[in-house]
Ligand binder design. Sequence first.
Ligand SMILES: Cc1ncc(COP(=O)(O)O)c(C=O)c1O
Length: 371
Amino acid sequence: MNGYRPTVATISLEAVRHNVHAIQEKVGNSMVMAVVKANAYGHGMLEVARASLEAGAQWLGIATVDEALALREAGLSAPILILGPTFPDTAEICVANDISVAVGTFDLARALGRAALKLRRKARVHIKVDTGMGRFGFWWKDLIPVLPELKKLRGIHLEGAFTHFAVSDIADPSYTRWQNSNFKRFLEATARAKVRFDIIHAANSGAILQHPDAYYDMVRAGVMLYGMLPDPETRPSVLIEPVMTLTTKLVEIRHHPKGRFISYGRTWQTPRKSRIGTLPIGYGDGFSRKFSNRGEVVIRGSRAPIVGRVCMDQTLVDVTHIPEAEVGDDVLLWGKMGENILKVEEVAQWMETATYEVTCALGPRVPRIYV
Ligand SMILES: Cc1ncc(COP(=O)(O)O)c(C=O)c1O
């Protein structure tokens, strides 16, 4: 990557810091974990992790051992939790690097305990309690009778217990309330069994925004850290700022008579004499093919529809109604450019997906510029 490409994602670390502050204000005394897995939802893991910690986040959440090691190798000493399942054969590297691990099986717990005894330290364990997400972890009721066994495991420090919500971002609160009441019943059972965890946590962005009774000792903020809402139904109860702006430049403008086919598959035909602009971005960059004949971009303050199929490296837009548009003009694909705003929330609808996937999908070929 030599920097000749006009297609760039500009990442506002100021917006990240603002969002951390806004989340902290909302959750009061609870700690904030910045969830920076998947390259910080496409924004750049190290940069976002550093900005979040600077702004007061106390924990980092990632999904894989490799992500955790990359943070440690970059010199970050903050507590890190691997939120996803890990194989027992990675226990030693996790313990050696002081990485906290979500534990959903006794196999993993025992492997961590063995590694800890070997390395003469404690393994930092967060017990993953399934209260209705059904992804991984112990079903909460199954865990209660085996709590004494958990307590007896050698080498283990029970640093945390946590659950994860399946629909905390939708308008109907009932399922999340049910999950949270399961979690509370589990916690009551741990108190009766005298099993102590330092940090209880449950809330993702949806719960931070809509379920204050799920804050506990720490919240895990992902999508809202990036200034995006998890779902069109989510109540935006915190003022967050978008972090990523994706822009490119018009690289060519072609004049076509009425009736020309545009791009692969001949899915669009000029309905009149047309001016069609070429953008140097495509699905090879993670700019979805779903945008074909339905997405829009902003050029000189006007919306220009994407016409024909999005290609691997190019996308075509109709600029007939923007006569002042010329080669070299800046093009907003999402985010904020000057006065113009194109929300990832709207882009996600064209892509028939959640905001998460829009930015996560943005590939490594697109340089990230940090401001
Ligand atoms: C266990 C866990 N906690 C927290 C988060 C952050 O969720 P969100 O991005 O909705 O805030 C995730 C992300 O998927 C997760 O898997």
